[in-house]
Design a protein around this ligand. Structure first.
Ligand SMILES: NC(=O)c1ccc[n+]([C@@H]2O[C@H](COP(=O)([O-])OP(=O)(O)OC[C@H]3O[C@@H](n4cnc5c(N)ncnc54)[C@H](O)[C@@H]3O)[C@@H](O)[C@H]2O)c1
Length: 246
């Protein structure tokens, strides 16, 4: 068991990629803190993890609020007495062309995707610094590298996550705290199912592997970045995108 007795916090883990990350880390031996806004689905995910023979707790937290992010990490510390892995996965889209994009659409995406990642990193780093070890894995996106019409807010937030990842990696390297990002391409989840068929076909043309990714494709890389197999890797962005960005 690569992650035996380790503790992982996964934000936005009620469903989608976050849920699959939680399950793959649990399969590798970690105990998991499931956190999200979606209480019903979140509690169901906790039961799934428990059925796998691991400990799991539910903490409702809106990552865009620093007091809730702090409470998430404090609750983890109280329950498990440690924290080894933080996966910043919670994310939203509010798509619109720039000229039509409201201030609220801009602010909400930056608040969850970028500030939420900052909030959780700040809270968790207090523990990681004391432990002199820790892993932070931020879920970015190829859109933060390529841009995407209709997603100026989302692309900016994910480009911000990449800059945040590299800066914090430099700050925390001396304490053996490794900070990396995973940039998924087009992964089949609830977030992408609303994309119209025509746009879907156009997107497929951009993917050399000519198929959509699955949440497991992302989760396997998060497991690698959480484990001792990646002990000399920090400040990197690993693309899981079927070759979209080369
Ligand atoms: N699906 C894709 O193709 C794709 C591609 C690139 C990046 N990503 C990123 O992967 C991550 C997961 O995406 P997904 O496709 O599983 O989406 P999803 O919508 O299925 O899941 C996101 C989860 O985050 C939760 N969440 C939203 N706002 C939150 C908040 N303020 N605080 C806490 N939790 C919150 C939601 O309730 C939901 O359970 C996101 O960061 C997304 O930007 C997804």
């Amino acid at each position: 068991m690569e992650l035996a007795d380790q503790v992982a916090v996964v934000t936005g883990s009620a469903r989608g990629i976050g849920k699959t990350i939680a399950m793959i880390l649990a399969e590798a031996g970690a105990n998991i803190v499931i956190s999200d806004l979606n209480v019903e689905a979140g509690k169901e995910t906790v039961e799934v993890i428990k059925a796998m023979g691991r400990e799991a707790i539910w903490v409702e937290a809106d990552v865009s609020k620093s007091d809730q992010a702090n409470l998430l990490i404090e609750t983890t510390q109280e329950k498990f007495g440690r924290l080894d892995i933080l996966v910043n996965n919670a994310g939203i889209t509010r798509d619109n062309l720039l000229m039509r994009m409201s201030e609220d659409e801009w602010d909400s995406v930056i608040a969850v995707n970028l500030k939420g990642t900052y909030n959780c990193i700040r809270a968790a780093t207090k523990i990681f610094m004391k432990q002199r070890t820790g892993r932070i894995i931020n879920i970015a996106s190829v859109v933060g590298q390529m841009g995407n019409a209709g997603q100026a807010n989302y692309a900016s937030s994910k480009a911000g996550v990449i800059g945040l990842t590299k800066s914090v990696a430099k700050e925390l390297a001396a304490r053996d705290i490794l900070v990396n990002a995973v940039a998924p391409g087009f992964i089949e989840t609830a977030m992408t199912e609303k994309i119209p068929e025509k746009a879907r076909e156009a997107l497929l043309q951009l993917i050399p592997l000519a198929k959509l990714g699955q949440p497991e494709d992302v989760a396997k890389v998060v497991l690698f970045l959480s484990s001792s197999r990646s002990s000399y890797i920090t400040g990197q962005v690993i693309n899981v995108d079927g070759g979209m960005v080369m």
